[in-house]
Design a protein around this ligand. Structure first.
Ligand code: GLY
Length: 371
């Protein structure tokens, strides 16, 4: 069982991402060198604890690491101020010290919440990410973005706090519902589209096998995605500039997620797939991208069962062009009331376009929403 390693080069905050099978059973060996004392607290949710908890427990026991599980309710609602208060209180009650290591074991919700708790507990504790969803393994567990949601929106309260280690055990994906796996795959395709045409071509050939469970395809897909993300994060850790490229498809996508109330009627990755498709079409409209390239990229997303047009969405949400444009203006990349979009110049090449004309985007969305 080979294990791949990607280093996130961030000077004193540099860390390794290990990708492979059987990593949870070996987690103790990976974590031990980071520990000041042989004890960790693991933050997870009920689903992950039931499906994968025994594997991690055995890995910690093998290395004689004392451990305590804090098991939270699954779902995005848990990423709240109330739950953050409860979690930090629990971590303090469990005697977590400043030099201890907190383990975030789960999908994006757990990584974001536990990472943020680690960022603020005793003014900052180290933490490790053990992501168990494809989305978390290729995106949210890497790069140090941590956050909770508020009534004003998603991820608006948070901190950049890099993990000390990431263990992406691809075996954990075996118990992931297929729809979630497919949604996570949208973020894998994103790396091909923004930075690596060869990887995109590889995905066209191997993406279906990756989704179906082929371990070699999964290891290569996760590793290449993590390497792409590590390169971007190393160059611009706090998103002053080029890290925004990772938001390809997200500005359009977030508007749809918000319109659907961040519910399971439209998963984040599904919204990203649709958002990337719209960003590709809008890039064609702006004369940046030849139409056949947009069609090729969308054909792959469609082939793996991801939404590529507004007609693919379930009814029952206000997705009028005016509402969508209004929601897009809530994006974190809006500066002085002006929208920044990530658009495509080619397959494998994205560009940051500042001052995107909101009226033109609304016009574009009007065409796209006309049924
Ligand atoms: N998910 C985008 C980023 O980490 O910057």
């Amino acid at each position: 069982m080979s294990v791949e390693c990607v280093r996130v080069a961030l000077g004193a905050r540099a860390y390794d991402i290990h990708i492979g099978e059987g990593l949870l059973e070996r987690a103790g060996a990976f974590l031990a060198p980071l520990l000041h004392r042989p004890r960790v607290v693991i933050v997870t949710d009920e689903n992950v604890a039931a499906a994968q908890g025994a594997r991690l427990k055995s890995g910690l026991e093998k290395a004689a690491i004392d451990h305590e599980f804090v098991v939270l309710t699954p779902g995005e609602e848990t990423k709240s101020f109330n739950q953050l208060e409860a979690l930090t209180g629990r971590l303090l009650d469990l005697g977590v010290e400043r030099r201890d290591l907190i383990v975030a074991f789960g999908g994006g919700m757990i990584g974001d919440l536990a990472g943020f708790a680690a960022a603020i507990l005793r003014r900052g504790c180290r933490f490790a990410q053990l992501p168990t969803t494809l989305l978390a393994q290729v995106d949210s567990a890497v790069g140090g973005k941590t956050a909770i949601n508020t009534a004003q929106g998603k991820n608006l309260i948070g901190a950049f706090h890099q993990p000390a280690l990431v263990l992406a055990d691809i075996e954990a994906l075996e118990t992931l519902p297929e729809r979630e796996l497919r949604a996570g795959y949208a973020e894998v395709v994103k790396y091909g589209l923004i930075a690596d045409a060869d990887f995109f071509a590889w995905l066209e050939t191997n993406g279906a096998a990756l989704i179906a469970g082929d371990a070699d395809a999964r290891r290569h897909g996760v590793k290449t995605s993590c390497a792409a993300k590590a390169a971007v994060v190393s160059a611009d850790e706090t998103e002053q500039n080029t890290r925004a490229l990772l938001n390809f498809g997200h500005t359009f996508g977030h508007a749809f997620e918000a319109a659907y109330g961040y519910s399971d009627r439209l998963l984040h990755g599904e919204a990203v797939a649709l958002g990337m498709s719209l960003a590709l079409d809008y890039s064609v409209r702006r004369g940046l991208l030849p139409g056949d390239k947009a069609e090729r990229a969308k054909a792959h997303l469609k082939a793996v069962g991801l939404p590529v047009s507004i007609a693919d969405l379930k009814p029952g949400a206000d997705i009028s062009s005016g509402k969508l444009a209004e929601l897009m203006m809530q994006d974190k990349k809006v500066e002085s009331g002006r929208l920044t979009l990530i658009l495509a110049r080619n397959i494998g090449e994205a560009a940051i376009v500042k001052d995107a004309p909101v009226g033109d985007i609304e016009d574009f969305l009007k065409q796209k929403t006309a049924r």
